[in-house]
Design a binder for this molecule. Structure first.
Ligand code: NAD
Length: 385
């Protein structure tokens, strides 16, 4: 089978730049054509990266394309991924898989029927930081993990995104759909699948003001809760308290802390690839720092901060690793790590958090997925340049 897969990009927005940068790091794909519902965005993208721009319809039917990279907004993920599969293409999509669980289920079923691969971000759990935490947990460094805390909290995207409406919209908005995929995927990677959830939510403001771009100053409606507190019970009996919020001005808590029978662990930012794992095995002891900045997918690769808020020059960003690992898996006929079962399970948890907050009832998670395997140096070396 050929080594380099031709990728057709749909959705030429903010995050596209990061995937083009992935050409520098990974050896088995090339984005050769692009499309967007906004033809101008596709044309600008094509010009910037010296590729061809097509209409969405054309790219889906293009014979040169092996994989559709779906970087559209969350509410379009389902329809674009579905069309890609129906046109016989493998698909790799940004998170979440879809904005509702039923659509997610349909996508996975369709991909299985058509024997095509469907892959989904986030792939940050393949990075040096999450993988170091996994290695230490699997070696039983902190013993059995009994419980833990996880938090993503900030004031919301409205100050730096020119079109923030989707983040506050009724069916696709809120912090669980936006940031939940990173935290939930990272936790499933470390602890295995979730068994049940209980959740509460808050909506603190009815309106937000756009802080940037041509519509600066415009007031937009908040149509969804913007803070969720959830208790996640994992099948392995670990309990995690997860806070996801667009209502916090500032905080000093760690992204993820896990408390085991033999010690405590701070897991690095699940939105990024690098960072240090910290472990303390005695009360008031110093935290041992397990750095990952020399690992293959943990090395800092961002020198200057781009306009996107998720990048800082002190961390590593290898988005595209999941796409590359999926291609490697297609070529070697094995299950990829950012697979449909994992992303459907995460979507099931997201959906259940929303439902639990509405019904005030504990919800059992019915989907299953396997805890992803440790990403070995040998495997990483086979996909990086
Ligand atoms: N921006 C980030 O920092 C970031 C980081 C990680 C993941 N993501 C994810 O990446 C995806 C895209 O985010 P973004 O920030 O690039 O969004 P964006 O709004 O900047 O870009 C999305 C693009 O998709 C196009 N689009 C929308 N509907 C379409 C359709 N039906 N057909 C074809 N094109 C369509 C839009 O015209 C736009 O150009 C989202 O799922 C988001 O969750 C974004």
């Amino acid at each position: 089978m050929k080594k380099i897969f031709n990728v057709g990009l749909i959705g030429c927005g903010h995050i596209a730049e990061t995937y083009f940068r992935a050409h520098k790091y990974f050896n088995n794909f090339k984005i050769i054509k692009c499309a967007d519902i906004n033809t101008k965005a596709a044309e600008i993208c094509a010009k910037t990266y010296k590729i061809e721009s097509l209409s969405v319809k054309q790219i889906l039917k293009d014979k040169d394309i092996d994989i559709i990279l779906n970087l559209t907004i969350p509410s379009a993920h389902y329809s674009i991924s579905k069309k890609a599969i129906l046109n016989g293409k493998h698909v790799y999509s940004e998170k979440p898989l879809a904005t509702n669980f039923n659509e997610g289920k349909k996508l996975i079923r369709l991909a299985k029927q058509k024997k095509l691969f469907i892959g989904n971000a986030p792939d940050t759990f393949l990075g040096g930081g999450s993988q170091k935490a996994k290695e230490l947990i699997d070696k039983n460094t902190i013993g059995k993990i009994k419980f833990g805390n996880a938090i993503f909290a900030y004031p919301g995207i409205q100050s730096y995104h020119p079109n923030p409406e989707p983040w506050f919209a009724k069916n696709e908005g809120g912090p669980v759909i936006d940031m939940g995929p990173y935290y939930l995927t990272a936790l499933v990677n470390l602890l295995g699948p979730v068994d049940n959830v209980f959740s509460q939510s808050l909506k603190n403001t009815k309106k937000r003001i756009i802080g940037i771009g041509p519509r600066k100053g415009k007031i937009i409606k908040v149509e969804c809760p913007t803070t969720y507190f959830s208790t996640l019970s994992f099948k392995n009996k670990t309990i995690i308290r997860l806070t996801l919020s667009f209502d916090v001005i500032s905080h000093l808590r760690n992204h993820i802390e896990l408390y085991g029978e033999k010690g405590s662990m701070v897991v690095p930012d699940p939105n990024m690839f690098g960072g240090s794992v910290l472990i303390s095995k005695k009360m008031n002891s110093n935290w041992k720092n397990y750095k990952t900045n020399k690992t293959l997918l943990g090395k800092i690769n961002i020198r200057s901060q781009s306009l996107r808020a998720n990048e800082s020059p002190t961390n590593a960003n290898y988005r595209g690793a999941g796409l590359s690992e999926m291609i490697y898996s297609i070529q070697n006929k094995k299950m990829h790590r950012c697979n449909g079962d994992l992303s459907l399970h995460v979507l099931n948890v997201i959906d259940s958090i929303h439902k639990s907050a509405k019904s005030r009832k504990k919800i059992k998670i019915l989907t299953q997925c396997k805890k992803p395997k440790y990403f070995t140096k040998k495997e990483i070396n086979s996909i990086i340049k």
